[in-house]
Ligand binder design. Structure first.
Ligand SMILES: Nc1ncnc2c1ncn2[C@@H]1O[C@H](COP(=O)(O)OP(=O)(O)OP(=O)(O)O)[C@@H](O)[C@H]1O
Ligand SMILES: [Mg+2]
Ligand SMILES: [Zn+2]
Length: 346
């Protein structure tokens, strides 16, 4: 259980606040995530790109309260019960100094990728320190991200992009709560809550997560914004607004309709992946930019078509069976034409 998080969450909830207020909608997901955090479980959020997974995880970090730790300790050792060799020596000599660590420093981010290494996760030997103290000395050891997350949250983005070997290394830490580092006799306790994200399994370039690893997580599925109103709220809250540029309601409606059409039938049948709120945000910002560039103050609906391809082209994936498989831009152009001419209505 991560110190302070339960109290922080419950205080917020009792005061009638939404602790995850950066996320619009997604009540079901939020409820599950909060329940898992209160229970001290690791969480795996599964969902397509661009739906707020990272935003949600960062929000959790902002809920973390500050913590008293041993000054200068990378593991955020508890002064009362230090776990790393250096702090233990300091404790024995009565030399422990304490320092407050702000909540956001208790949040460690790891980007999952095929070339992530066990050293990144667990740690490595610092050659200059090894020269000074000898390679077997723990002072030569630079902790990896999992250990730096001790007493905090480790956010593992795109967990299913890491190679299988690393999944096994991670599993050991999650199972035993300690990391055994190659040449050292010392086991490093790693007490953290992990929040991982993964894109749905059907996407290319992802590893299958092993069942034993999955078993360590509460899996929470997250999807696209539930309604047009919510998507509109996301855009208005997070989209850039250009001074002196006016966005008529009708244009915003068309943007949302266009993007959402890629997730709904019949167009969703052509697509393995529809466009996310990132596409809505990009369109919203780009049509304003066009107005600025063109020297007019009111965004024009027709401008959507001019930016649709650049804002959406790389964000959709036509399915292999679709006639648009080789021509995603054609799909966007046709869709934009239909939305703008009113064939597809809000
Ligand atoms: N439900 C939502 N509430 C608030 N913001 C959202 C929501 N859905 C999407 N967004 C916005 O969309 C953008 C992308 O969100 P984010 O980066 O968190 O997505 P992600 O799911 O982590 O994507 P990826 O899988 O590509 O990493 C952000 O600007 C975010 O504010
Ligand atoms: Mg993300
Ligand atoms: Zn320490």
């Amino acid at each position: 259980m991560i110190e302070g998080i339960k109290e922080a969450l419950l205080t917020g909830i009792r005061e009638g606040k939404d602790p995850l207020s950066t996320i619009v909608g997604q009540e079901d997901t939020k409820e599950k995530v909060i329940a898992s955090l209160l229970a001290g479980h690791h969480i795996l959020i599964e969902g397509p790109p661009g739906i707020g997974k990272t935003t949600l995880a960062r929000n959790i970090a902002s809920v973390l309260p500050s913590l008293v730790t041993v000054k200068g300790c990378a593991y955020h050792c508890n002064p009362q019960a230090p776990i790393c060799p250096l702090c233990r020596i300091k404790a024995a000599q009565g030399e422990i100094e304490t320092v407050g660590v702000p909540g956001e420093k208790r949040f460690i981010r790891i980007q999952g990728s095929p070339d992530l290494t066990a050293e990144d996760l667990l740690g490595d030997i610092d050659p200059s320190q090894a020269f000074k103290y000898g390679p077997q000395d723990y002072r030569a050891f630079t902790p990896g991200k999992l250990l730096k997350g001790n007493r905090g949250i480790v956010f593992f983005d795109e967990l299913n992009r890491v190679p299988e070997k690393l999944q096994n290394a991670l599993l050991q830490v999650l199972e035993e709560g300690i990391a055994t580092i190659g040449p050292y006799d010392v086991d490093y306790p790693a007490d953290f809550a992990m929040i991982a994200t993964m894109n749905p399994r059907e996407h290319a370039g992802v590893e299958e997560l092993s069942d034993v690893l999955l078993d360590r997580f509460d899996v929470v599925r997250m999807g696209y914004p539930e309604t047009e109103e919510r998507e509109r709220e996301i855009v208005l809250r997070y989209g850039l607004k250009f001074d002196g540029v006016e966005m008529p309601e009708e244009v915003l409606d068309s943007i949302i309709t266009l993007v959402r059409a890629t997730r709904e039938e019949p167009w969703s049948k052509e697509l393995d992946q529809g466009a996310s709120p990132r596409a809505s945000l990009a369109l919203y910002e780009k049509v304003q930019a066009l107005a600025l560039m063109g020297g007019y103050s009111r965004v024009k609906k027709e401008d959507i078509r001019r930016v649709a391809i650049s804002a959406m082209g790389s964000r959709i994936k036509p399915s292999p069976e679709s006639k648009f498989y080789e021509d995603p831009l054609g799909l966007i152009d046709e869709l934009a034409r239909k939305v703008l001419s009113g064939v597809i209505l809000v």
